[in-house]
Write a protein that binds this ligand. Structure first.
Ligand code: ADP
Ligand code: MG
Length: 345
């Protein structure tokens, strides 16, 4: 490993920096879907349409009716480390948007053919810009058509990074991951309508406020018939959602949806707190099903732990664990009388 000739130290090009970052930010098509959906939600969209082709590898096109991007801002939207969401450390520590790193669009554009089309409320028409391949080219903004909101059209993902493309699984597997990302987000945002098509066929279609339909579809009909509402507040912590009765438990932990300030997370501490609450009512080899949202002051949780933001760190993790454990335990205990056939006294 010492055979490399001595070479001068040189700064990496922006394009290469984005391609390196893309390895972390967009490791597969579903990660692109997640980033684009989060941008749409941050823009205040109430309707989001997702069109995928060939598991997202051929195409991921997401259209929202959010506030849009002004034409003079379009090049900045594609620039690395450029964001409208934070501009100070203080804002980072209190961030309420899903995004803030300003690197998703730049990373995606560096490994695909990307077109961004957007129209703000006061514009006469839409404008579009293509992501550049190679830093010597200039992004030009051109007039386009479309109603208010934004469309991000990502084609031929990883066309210029064959090593990455080799790690992709079958079309059906990649599509499955994309659909799961859409469902995760749809479960947490019943106030937003979503539609998902794959190769021209409608796969999911959810209208606003149909949370019963969404959870039945996503968690299975056993869950809808055997779920308990959860609602608890303690100081700055607020927990709400639905937890499944033991009869809705599963052999795999694939029906567990936990959100922190609207963000889907996989967190050992939270999973453990819920699992412990179920300990007395569930066999060790069964997994509870749930959709739980924890909302708290953004200053009490660090979401800037990993680029995908799927992990979080709580300032007072003991307090969070206890709160979640007790809330779920109480919900289970309150109904255990009827659920397990005991006669209420
Ligand atoms: P981040 O979301 O971390 O700010 P992104 O690279 O994902 O970084 O997006 C860069 C910027 O482009 C955002 O800060 C936002 O201003 C704008 N943007 C991206 N997608 C949309 C969208 N769907 N609607 C409106 N603005 C968007
Ligand atoms: Mg973003």
């Amino acid at each position: 490993a010492t055979t490399q000739p001595l070479r001068p130290i040189q700064p990496l090009s922006d394009q290469l920096i984005s391609q390196i970052a893309a390895g972390e930010v967009v490791e597969r098509p579903s990660a692109v879907v997640k980033e684009l959906l989060e941008n749409a939600l941050d823009a205040g969209a109430t309707t989001i349409n997702i069109r995928l082709e060939q598991g997202g590898v051929k195409r991921i096109a997401i259209t929202d009716n959010g506030r849009g991007i002004a034409p003079e801002q379009l090049p900045l939207a594609l620039a690395r480390h450029a964001t409208s969401k934070i501009n100070s450390l203080n804002e980072l520590e209190n961030v309420a948007t899903l995004g803030f790193r300003g690197e998703a669009l730049a990373s995606i554009a560096s490994v695909s053919q990307l077109t961004l089309t957007s129209r703000t409320a006061d514009a006469q028409h839409a404008w579009e810009i293509c992501g550049v391949q190679g830093s010597d080219q200039k992004n030009t903004v051109a007039p386009s058509s479309g109603s208010q909101g934004t469309t991000v059209d990502v084609q031929d993902l990883y066309f210029n990074t064959p090593a990455r493309r080799k790690f992709l699984k079958t079309e059906q597997t990649e599509f499955g991951h994309c659909a799961e990302v859409v469902r995760r987000i749809a479960l947490s945002r019943p106030d937003v309508a979503f539609s998902l098509t794959h190769n021209g066929k409608t796969v999911d279609h959810w209208s606003v406020n149909d949370i019963a339909k969404r959870s039945a579809h996503i968690l299975g009909s056993e869950f809808s018939g055997a779920r308990l509402p959860l609602e608890e507040t303690a100081g700055p912590l607020h927990l709400h959602g639905f937890i499944g009765l033991p009869t809705a438990s599963k052999a795999r932990g694939d029906a567990q949806y936990f959100y922190v300030n609207g963000r889907f997370v996989r967190d050992k501490l939270l999973t453990h707190a819920v699992r412990s609450a179920y300990q007395d009512v569930l066999h060790g080899d069964r997994y509870p099903s749930y959709v739980i949202s924890l909302d708290l002051d953004p200053a009490l949780v660090d979401v800037n732990v990993h680029p995908s933001k799927i992990e979080v760190r709580f300032r007072d993790s003991r307090a969070v664990h206890q709160f979640v454990f007790h809330a779920v335990s109480r919900a289970l205990a309150q109904t255990s009388a009827t659920a397990f056939g005991a006669v209420p006294s």
